[in-house]
Each structure stands twice: as structure tokens, then as C-alpha cells.
Design a protein around this ligand. Structure first.
Ligand code: ATP
Ligand code: MG
Length: 323
């Protein structure tokens, strides 16, 4: 009996990392006791500062999830800012959160290290994320590896609140898939919407092919035997290829004797076949935006119900209610 929650930021088009690291899990877990999936537009506000773009990306993200198999009859799908209870809960949690805990978080630390100006929203981001998770009594949070630290912060925050006020919050656990915890981008770094190294899930086949053909490979000739697990092309191929083809490709790598160009072609073909169905479902959703808005509205109503209960619990426990 799992209670599942996860979110995706409307900061751009979803990519293979989002899909294989997180969204695959959303779909697999949607039959849990309750699953909540949301479009994290309040989080995205720290990077997308364009009205038109943010609202467009938000509706797009919902269509993307639906096209990828999220079933609104099973899981609750909603937009983060439609549940104001979470922002209220966020404040309560902010008051108990040590600065040092947030200073250690990667997203903020990395930006500072690059000399970029970070705003308070980015600094406090893990606390809002904690509120997102705790508001639904979630015990399971399916994510990619990059989010594991933030779930730990959530546990810390919830634990110290519980220590002070009694057992109010459920402590969640991150759920990460071994095989796709950190999908590499076209440059070998973590694939990320903000790194410009993504392969988008909903991409036209010809554009996708060009992007794949441009992936940088090492200069070692493929004639030399090579460990498939150390090669970006193979890692990407293994995500989209049927099992038997994957085995065959791994053998080719170990034996050596063919070119990266061939691997790229096979990768492009496998990707096209893998995503074809979702891409065509995506077009269907695209033509029914009002149906998507209805799904989001009814999802928000259900989410508010649960988040309201948890918020009240925390308000009563801390003396904000019952004065
Ligand atoms: P941004 O760069 O704006 O943070 P992102 O590409 O990291 O975008 P998010 O919306 O932050 O995407 O993340 C959505 C989910 O996808 C999270 O659970 C995250 O852990 C997962 N995820 C993101 N990138 C990868 C990746 N390369 N491999 C595996 N999982 C990933
Ligand atoms: Mg991210």
C-alpha cells in the first residue's frame, strides 16, 4: 500500500532522462493505493520568467504525461500552484529549516559555484519540495538520482518537525531505478533541460536523427573492442532497443569491428520505434486542450482535499489553530 508522489518541472520539453528516470516509474506506480503527480510550476518560476512560456510548458507537460500513459482515472494529475495549501505548509516548514541544510543542497551550491546570482526561491526550493511530498502523506517518491539529496532533506525537515510536535508527517523514501538513475545527455553529462544536451521524447523523427548523429564519440576506433557500459551511445541505445537487439549490440561492442555511424543509425531507428505510439497519442491530446484542463481541475480538487487535511494537522500540532 504505497502512497506515491512526484513532480516534473515545466521548464522545457521532457527528455529521455525524465522519461526513463522518472516518468516510467510514474506509470508503473499509478496503481498504488494513491499516486499524485504534479506539474511543478512554482519550482519552474525560479528559471522560467516568461508568462506565455510558463503557462504553455505547464499545459504541454500535462499532455506529455497523458500521452506517455499516465491514467487520470488511477493517478491524481494536477498543477502545483492549484494547491495553495502546499505553499502554506511550505512556510511552516521554512521556519524550522536550518540555513546550513539548504546551503549544502546541490542546485543552489552549483549555481553559486558558477558565480551565478541565485534567488531566495532557488535557495528555499528543497523546502517547497518537502511540502509537496509531505502534504500527501507520501511514502514513496519516484525520481532520478539527482533528486535523492532533496528527498533526504525532506526527511530531515519532517523528522525535526515530528520531534518537536509529535508524529505529524510521514517520512518518505526516494525510489530510483538502477538502470536509468542518471541518463547521460548528448555530451555525456547528466541529461538536463538546463544543459542543452537533451533528446526530447516528443521530437520529430528527422530532427531526433540529426541530434543523434551529432553526439560526440571518443576517437578510439570502434574496431577496438570496447566496454558497452562505458559508451554514451550504447547506454542510450539500451534504453530504447528491444532486449535481443541490445544483447547483439553489446556483443558487437565487445568484439569490435564496426563504426559509430552504424550505432547512431540503429539508435535513431530504435528510438523512433520506441516512442512512435506515444508521439501519436500526444497529437491526439494536443487537439483536446480543454479535456486536459478538466483533468487538471479535477486532479487539483482531489489534491487540495488531501493537502488540506495534512495542513490542518500541522497547524493544530504547532499551535496555529485552536487558540
Ligand atoms: P531542470 O534542468 O529544469 O532541473 P530536469 O531535466 O532536471 O530539468 P526535472 O523536471 O527537474 O528535469 O526532473 C523531473 C524528473 O526527472 C526528476 O525526478 C529527475 O530526477 C528526473 N531526471 C531528470 N534528469 C534525469 C536524468 N538525466 N536521468 C534520470 N532522471 C532524470
Ligand atoms: Mg532538475
Amino acid at each position: 500500500h504505497m502512497r506515491v508522489l512526484s513532480g516534473i518541472q515545466p521548464t522545457g520539453r521532457p527528455h529521455w532522462g525524465n522519461y526513463f528516470g522518472a516518468i516510467v516509474q510514474y506509470i508503473a506506480l499509478q496503481d498504488a493505493e494513491q499516486a499524485y503527480y504534479f506539474i511543478a510550476n512554482l519550482h519552474a518560476l525560479t528559471t522560467v520568467r516568461d508568462k506565455q512560456l510558463l503557462s504553455q510548458y505547464s499545459l504541454d507537460a500535462a499532455m506529455d504525461l497523458l500521452a506517455l500513459g499516465l491514467d487520470p482515472q488511477k493517478a491524481v494529475l494536477f498543477v502545483q500552484s492549484d494547491v495553495p495549501e502546499v505553499s502554506e505548509l511550505c512556510w511552516i516548514l521554512l521556519t524550522g529549516t536550518p540555513m546550513g541544510l539548504l546551503e549544502r543542497c546541490h542546485a543552489y551550491k552549483d549555481k553559486k559555484a558558477k558565480g551565478l546570482a541565485a534567488d531566495a526561491g532557488l535557495f528555499a526550493y528543497p523546502v517547497l519540495q518537502a511540502a509537496d511530498i509531505l502534504a500527501y502523506d507520501s511514502d514513496t517518491v519516484p525520481v532520478g538520482e539527482d533528486q535523492v539529496q532533496h528527498i533526504e532533506v525532506c526527511r530531515d525537515i519532517a523528522g525535526s518537525f515530528n520531534h518537536q510536535y509529535g508524529e505529524v508527517f510521514v517520512l518518505p523514501k526516494a525510489k530510483v531505478l538502477d538502470s536509468s538513475a542518471r541518463v547521460p545527455g548528448t555530451d555525456g553529462e547528466k541529461m538536463s533541460k538546463s544543459y542543452n544536451n537533451t533528446l526530447a521524447v516528443f521530437e520529430a523523427a528527422n530532427i531526433q536523427k540529426k541530434q543523434i548523429m551529432r553526439i560526440a564519440t571518443d576517437s578510439r576506433p570502434m574496431d577496438d573492442p570496447k566496454d558497452p557500459q562505458s559508451d554514451v551511445l550504447y547506454l542510450l541505445y539500451s534504453l530504447v532497443a528491444p532486449e535481443s537487439d541490445r544483447e547483439e549490440m553489446a556483443d558487437l561492442y565487445r568484439r569490435g569491428g564496426f563504426g559509430y555511424g552504424d550505432v547512431k543509425k540503429k539508435l535513431a531507428e530504435a528510438a523512433e520505434a520506441f516512442f512512435a505510439e506515444a508521439r501519436s497519442r500526444r497529437e491526439d491530446w494536443q487537439s483536446r486542450p480543454d479535456d486536459v484542463r478538466d483533468i487538471l481541475a479535477s486532479g487539483a480538487a482531489k489534491a487540495r482535499q488531501k493537502a488540506g487535511e495534512v495542513l490542518s494537522r500541522s497547524q493544530e500540532a504547532s499551535g496555529l489553530k485552536g487558540y
